[in-house]
Design a protein around this ligand. Structure first.
Ligand SMILES: [Zn+2]
Length: 548
């Protein structure tokens, strides 16, 4: 499949000389109006699940239809809907009353996994809330908690430290679940141990809450206190949608060209903006990629091709690749009929003086080997091998498909309200579109692509001393942390971890979600050996991991 060097040189020569900049002034004007609309204040930053996102989706669908493309979803429409849980919202009316006296809001807060419920009852102090028969320890001995709230100290009988005999029982969710199982109607955590830390206040998505309310109170609650607790955390079920269009060339095999159209709305956790809430217009990120995709949709119709093309405008990218993750798990065409996927994320800020474009993922197939030397109209690429990376191509790479990610480079307006249309380099987008078309043409007669796994280029998380070398599934909403990819040669792989495994424990700690996973990881050092407990086909498997 890898072409001989001489052939590559000939074809490169052809690209360099005969490829004209095909996109006309009309094309540039069209891209400008696409980006002007998508990045306008009217769309309020196109946050997934909002009206602005829906307007953007309708616009892209209309553009696809105007180009004469068919809807690419299974029902023939342009839309593929996916569900996700939006950011949790704490009700402002939440109250905690002790002996009929309201406690100031600043003195209590719900834990991330708290249920939403109202209850009344007499508090039962159950010490540390630990039931450890193997250690001959039972905080619930001779206590009746059914129908009543329990008070639990977040510490343990021998404190909170890595060598505690009760390490396996430190997890607060496990302790709250135990209380719920025994019939308690609420859990109030507190502590008398100054060395024990208060639990995190942060409420996150992708959590399965308990049914009973669970709060932390920074005051002492004595036994038999009359407790009244109203706790409502709204975890909105929202919908996002991918926009799909199919260019039917009547061929057997397909290529996928995608760009996410969602952005950060008014900011949120992905924003780098500090200050007043403001619309994040996301002109470069990623209205630019959408405009480029629509230009490709026009150009590839004219081009004779041995492949059909599926165009996908992804949503939910900024929330963790939700749309592309959903698509690869619910594909609208057989994955084994797809040759490769090309992703454009931020292609609007090409530095024309340098004539350099970032192309990531060239290690995902030997067919990409010519790209390092490819020059199209004076534009060449700085390449990286890895198929992983912070955008939608990663979802396809994790489904064993060759990918490429096109990127014109980062800038100081990245994830800020100042990422505006006026700063877009349209000539730059034109040259990137031409570059991509040259690649599509070059590999069109390569036959079936070979997929190759790539090495990770960066550490998955810089602030950990150790990593497993795995990619977490951010869409997973059940207990544990699902592995969406395993990097070859890294500790997880060496221990036999597989894609699809659900990590439920590490060492003595239970792993209920991705946050508990990160916490468990943070407690390990290079050279440590530990048991990682995973669920594989609903069976528990212990993997012996050595961190390097
Ligand atoms: Zn972004």
């Amino acid at each position: 499949m890898i072409k001989k060097l001489s052939l590559i040189l000939v074809s490169l020569f052809l690209f360099a000389c005969s490829e004209q900049v095909k996109v006309t002034t009309g094309g540039i004007n069209q891209m400008r109006s696409d980006i002007q609309y998508l990045a306008s204040d009217e769309l309020e930053g196109r946050d997934t699940g909002t009206e602005g996102e829906a307007k953007a989706a309708a616009y892209i669908a209309m553009r696809f239809a105007d180009l004469g493309l068919k809807g690419g979803a299974n029902d023939g429409s342009f839309y593929q809907v996916f569900e996700f849980t939006g950011s949790p919202i704490l009700n402002t009316e939440n109250t905690l009353m002790l002996n009929y006296e309201a406690i100031a809001d600043s003195l209590f807060y719900p834990l991330n996994f708290s249920g939403s419920n109202s209850m009344k009852g007499k508090a039962v102090n159950v010490g540390f809330g630990i039931l450890a028969p193997d250690l001959g320890y039972d905080d619930y001995k001779d206590l009746e908690v059914k129908g009543n709230p329990v008070i639990i100290d977040v510490s343990s009988p021998d404190g909170i430290h890595p060598h505690s005999e009760y390490l396996a029982f430190h997890d607060l969710r496990d302790r709250a679940e135990k209380a719920q199982e025994l019939g308690a109607t609420a859990v109030i955590f507190y502590t008398q141990d100054k060395t024990a830390q208060a639990p995190s206040k942060t409420l996150t998505e992708n959590v399965i809450p308990l049914t009973i309310p669970v709060v932390y109170a920074s005051l002492f609650v004595s036994d038999h206190t009359e407790v009244t607790l109203n706790m409502v955390i709204d975890r909105p079920k929202l919908q996002g949608k991918n926009v799909l269009a199919f260019l039917d060339k009547g061929k057997e095999r397909n290529i996928v060209i995608g760009a996410h159209y969602d952005h950060l709305g008014f900011g949120g956790s992905g924003s780098l903006h500090r200050g007043e809430k403001a619309i994040h217009n996301g002109a470069d990120d990623n209205a630019s990629g959408v405009a480029a995709m629509l230009q490709l949709a026009l150009d590839l119709q004219e081009m004779p091709l041995e492949h059909n093309v599926l165009f996908i405008g992804f949503s939910g990218e900024e929330r963790g690749l939700l749309g592309s993750n959903h698509w690869v798990k619910n594909p609208t065409m057989a994955l084994d009929k797809i040759e490769y996927m090309m992703n454009m994320d931020m292609v609007g800020r090409l530095d024309t003086s340098k004539h350099k474009l970032s192309v990531n993922g060239v290690g995902t197939s030997p067919s990409w080997s010519f790209i390092d030397k490819l020059d199209v109209g004076g534009l060449s690429a700085v390449t990286t091998e890895a198929g992983t990376g912070p955008s939608d191509h990663m979802s396809f790479y994790l489904s064993d498909l060759p990918v490429l990610h096109f990127f014109s480079g980062s800038h100081e307006d990245y994830h800020k309200p100042s990422d505006d249309e006026g700063l877009i380099n349209y000539e730059g987008i034109v040259s990137i579109v031409n570059y991509m078309e040259a690649i599509v043409k070059e590999v069109d007669d390569d036959g079936v692509f070979t997929f190759t796994k790539t090495k990770e280029e960066k550490k998955e998380a810089a602030n950990f001393k150790v990593t497993l070398g795995i990619i977490p599934d951010y869409l997973f909403e059940e207990k544990g942390m699902r592995v969406d990819g395993v990097t070859e040669g890294r500790p997880g792989d060496k221990a036999g971890m597989l894609k699809g495994d659900i990590i439920i424990g590490m060492g003595e700690r239970s792993v209920n979600d991705i946050y508990a996973y990160m916490e468990a990881l943070g407690s390990h050092n290079t050279g440590d050996q530990t048991d990682v407990k995973v669920l594989r086909d609903a069976k528990e498997v212990i993997l012996k991991v050595t961190f390097d």
